[in-house]
Design a binder for this molecule. Sequence first.
Ligand SMILES: O=C(O)CCC(=O)C(=O)O
Ligand SMILES: [Fe+2]
Length: 353
Amino acid sequence: MAASLVQSGEDAFRKMFKFYKRRNPPPDFCHVIDFSGGIPNPDPKVVPAKLDPATVSDVEAARLGLQPVRDWRAFGLQGYPGFIFISNPFMRGSQPFWVRQCLKIYPQKPNICNLDIHMSPSDTQDIWGKSVHALSSPPSGKREPKTLLERLRWVTLGYHYNWDTKTYSADHYTHFPADLHLLSFQIAAACGFPGFNAQAGILNYYRSDSSLGIHVDESELDHSQPLLSLSFGQSAIFLLGGTHREDPPTALYMHSGDMMVMSGQSRLLYHAVPRIVPAPKEHVTLEMECCSMAPSLQDNAVVEPVSKQDWAVCSQYIQSSRVNVTVRQVLGPGQSFPETLDAGQAWTGRQQE
Ligand SMILES: O=C(O)CCC(=O)C(=O)O
Ligand SMILES: [Fe+2]
């Protein structure tokens, strides 16, 4: 049985991935679980998840642009212990701040992005600044070269993930953004993981035809801490599989503002994003009302108002794109990288090959 699956190359996960990626004819999305709204056809797998509202005060949540934890709509999935889906817990008008951070701030140096591979640091120094003019101008009708922002595919934060060796290393670390660190700390605390320490982040930038292949995130050395995932902009079909690559997955919609927490037995599950789909209209228009947000902000808020100019660029970008942020704790308390995993040596070795 296993041999025939391997021969045909069509195990259940790959089959499902191809099904949802297909353009012609487009797939039927009727089996994709949608946690947003009232869940008109509740899927029997979906169960309410219990959070811990006492761990995050309403004031602390509001500083980050989050609703009080008791109002969050959180779900689990039968058969996936430790998986928690939080359906957009952001206060209306606060997503634009996080979108702006993902597009304008987090791609800045010393963070690392895909463009660094073929460009010099001075060329990738100011991706936002070099892109805003073209992105704010009305289309000229001519074929314009893509801006750096449009060519951005990934950014790494904190311990920078090495895509070749699939490792993190002690000597490849830069300061993790404090605002995202605090947001992650509070989300994890509400989900029963007090003390979560965001040490690495990967931002993925998806265009409408992008996808992300089947993988498991296992490079972190401490798997007792959850993996957090936040999404903004257009929606995605997310496939959540099992502990084996070929296990059949469950398909979920991930909309703007939605969060996933993969913990416990679900921390090391295979997953993939076969397709980006247009966001339901009301999600983007209502949730992204940024200019009405300013009066409701507290004095010590982390979330700041986004200027009209910045928002013009961000809103144009997310009309056809999705940004996903995964946040990871790499090391447990007191843990350090083993000597043998010195990525400096591993890296040199590869270059000499
Ligand atoms: O885009 C997503 O929803 C998933 C991203 C992901 O799996 C990753 O960055 O490891
Ligand atoms: Fe992943």
